[in-house]
Design a binder for this molecule. Structure first.
Ligand SMILES: Cc1cc2nc3c(=O)[nH]c(=O)nc-3n(C[C@H](O)[C@H](O)[C@H](O)COP(=O)(O)OP(=O)(O)OC[C@H]3O[C@@H](n4cnc5c(N)ncnc54)[C@H](O)[C@@H]3O)c2cc1C
Length: 605
């Protein structure tokens, strides 16, 4: 086995890309504009910069060092007690996270939150996830559950649970999946029967529950989907229940153990420190959230929030992978780059193929960041914009963008992590380098929170139909809207303009074909769903980079960082954006050839 030099063994040197994040907050989305809204008066850019800087320091000092430890040690299940212990250092790090109040930043002040825009929470989540994806999952799920209870919980539920969830004293989970009910949530069979005191008794087994049991806090709030007696079949008969791990005492403190226990932990490809639990509910005390049979609608509040956060995992791991690959490429000497003196080996960063790889990763990361932050910004405006009209427009935009953010960014994040491993050559395949962990960790993001296949179906069957196709048309018009500015910018951005124009025209054509087919024969639409979502992601990525290039050109002067943004956007639009058009035959190919072979003919022999 090759021994790695200590310098090369797992350089855990993630450094939060605050300047890049700040650039997007100011130039792509309008953070200064958000802070002028009555809800966000205190979230002025200077304050936000302070919060992000402090949080960046926190994740670097506290969570980056635990990332590899978590991967090696994993969370452990103790069958005799049903308890789960997190890796060494996890409890102390979580305690510091809670003490600083980091989890509370985006939530309403009346529940103990900081009242900042979701956009700021997303910027924080990016850094948290880059630093330590397995750790980040715990606050991520808790934030989704808080959002759900803020919107749908009763005043009493909010009073008893929200403050401690917002502070992070208690964490939360999302319990949908059962062995026969994965993508098809409507197939779940967990049951809820009413008890005499107004509560419910929940019985059933849930699988794959993230942070379903752990030792970080003295209580866990499970949000559980189950069926009440007489519920209609399928997803129309699902209700949502709040089931605490420990039933609360009258004074709100954690009391007796509820009848919910962890039966085992899954052994996974990655995110080893995140406990993925089989949970057994055996007549556990639960409280109905909202109305019976409306649980799916409520869960969508949580899932949409979580879907954006999962898309963000692609970006976050992509960013951490890129930083590590760049470092390695500048240190590793191998071969003689063209033009260097004979006999001397140079750093691999000077080989054209490595340059291309790095630029590919960098531009994809910037495209993902643009898309995700734009999505979060739309969510903020959907809730807080001054006019109803602006709220409705942004709600629609957020709904269209969410499946694209989730699926495209997780797919691209996995590609970027894989490219980073490739830059490392053979040592990339050796665990001590740490880059293999990035690929293992990020791979799940394409699967959970609705597989990427399900996101694509959501995009073509629900989102394309919004307002009779006008919602997607509004997005296409936005993609066209920068053309005038690009024309004005002239030569430096000419190739960006011409490639973007072509790509948007091609996307429009593919979109119209799908919208038409969805009226005639939905199976044609479903057959093209995944390539269409990818096409959307690539083109929107080109558009956000074009907008970044416009902002960078305006302020570039002698600023190397801004000049690099223009080059990065040019590379993407000249070399990656044209791939979008190549997807049109797959989008519009229809279901015919796909179903020509029977399932048994698909067998390999
Ligand atoms: C590490 C981990 C953590 C998780 N955390 C949680 C959690 O906290 N809470 C929770 O409730 N669940 C959780 N899950 C479950 C996760 O959300 C499911 O695994 C996911 O929704 C897919 O369901 P499935 O595994 O049953 O796959 P299936 O639904 O069996 O899908 C198999 C394949 O078929 C495709 N497919 C399925 N239906 C269709 C269709 N109608 N049309 C086209 N293609 C289709 C899918 O895209 C997929 O490629 C977690 C899973 C893992 C592995």
């Amino acid at each position: 086995m090759i021994r790695l030099s200590s310098a090369r063994a797992h350089p855990a040197g993630y450094s939060p890309p605050i300047a890049d994040i700040q650039f997007v907050l100011e130039h792509l989305v309008n953070l200064p504009g958000l802070s002028k809204l009555s809800s966000f008066g205190h979230a002025d850019p200077e304050t936000v910069q302070g919060v992000l800087g402090e949080f960046g320091r926190f994740v670097t000092e506290v969570l980056v060092p635990l990332d590899r430890i978590g991967d090696l040690a994993g969370s452990r299940f103790h069958p005799s007690t049903g308890q789960v212990t997190t890796p060494p250092g996890w409890c102390s790090a979580y305690g510091k996270y809670v003490e600083a109040g980091w989890g509370s930043v985006p939530f309403p002040a009346e529940h103990g939150g900081g009242g900042f825009p979701w956009l700021v929470a997303i910027a924080m989540q990016e850094m948290l996830t880059s630093a330590n994806m397995a750790f980040a999952l715990c606050p991520m799920l808790t934030q989704g559950a808080i959002d759900m209870l803020v919107h749908h919980g009763s005043p009493e539920q909010q009073e008893r649970y929200l403050r401690k969830m917002v502070s992070g004293e208690w964490t939360a989970t999302m319990n949908l999946t059962e062995s026969q009910a994965g993508s098809d949530v409507g197939a779940l069979t967990s049951k809820a029967v009413p008890a005499q005191d107004g509560s419910w008794q929940i019985t059933g087994q849930k699988i794959f529950i993230t942070y379903g049991e752990h030792d970080l806090t003295d209580n866990i709030v499970h949000l559980v989907l189950a069926r009440v007696p007489g519920a209609p079949a399928g997803s129309k008969g699902i209700s949502c229940f709040l089931v605490p791990k420990n039933v609360l005492n009258a004074d709100g403190s954690s009391g007796e153990r509820n009848a919910v226990r962890c039966l085992s932990l899954e052994h996974k490809l990655g995110i080893h420190a995140s406990p993925t639990c089989v949970l057994d509910f055996d007549g556990a005390v639960g409280y109905l959230v909202g109305e019976a049979n409306a649980g799916m609608r409520y869960m969508f509040t949580m899932m949409n929030n979580a879907r954006l956060s999962v898309g963000l995992q692609g970006l976050a791991v992509g960013e951490a992978s890129y930083q590590q690959a760049w470092r390695y490429a500048t240190e590793r000497l191998q071969g003689r780059p063209v033009g260097s003196p004979s006999g001397a080996s140079g750093a691999i960063v000077d080989h054209a193929d490595i340059r291309r790889t790095l630029l590919t990763m960098r531009s994809l990361n910037e495209a993902m960041r643009g898309l995700i932050y734009l999505n979060a910004y739309a969510i903020d405006l959907a809730h807080h914009a001054d006019s109803q009209e602006e709220r409705a427009e942004n709600q629609e935009l957020a709904e269209v963008l969410t499946p694209i953010s989730k699926a495209w960014c997780t797919e691209v994040g996995a590609e970027v992590a894989s490219l980073a491993l490739q830059v490392h050559g053979g040592v990339g395949y050796i665990e001590e380098t740490g880059i293999a962990q990035r690929s293992r960790d990020v791979r799940i993001a394409s699967i959970y929170e609705g597989t990427n296949g399900i996101q694509a179906i959501d995009l073509v069957s629900r989102k394309l139909g919004l307002r009779g196709g006008q919602a997607i048309e509004a997005l296409l018009c936005q993609l066209d809207s920068t053309d005038g500015q690009l024309a004005e910018a002239g030569q430096p951005l000419a190739s960006i303009r011409s490639n973007l124009t072509k790509a948007v025209a091609e996307l429009r054509e593919a979109t119209h074909w799908l919208v038409e087919q969805s009226r005639l024969d939905p199976s044609q639409t479903l057959a093209g769903a995944t390539p269409y979502l990818r096409q959307c992601g690539i083109v929107i990525g080109g558009w956000v980079l074009a907008r970044q290039a416009l902002a960078a050109v305006a302020g570039a002067g002698n600023d190397e960082r801004l000049a690099a943004k223009v080059t990065t956007a040019r590379f993407y639009c000249e070399q990656l954006l044209p791939h979008a058009a190549a997807l049109t035959p797959s989008v519009c190919g229809g279901a015919g050839v796909i179903f020509e072979l029977t399932a048994s003919q698909l067998a390999s022999s």
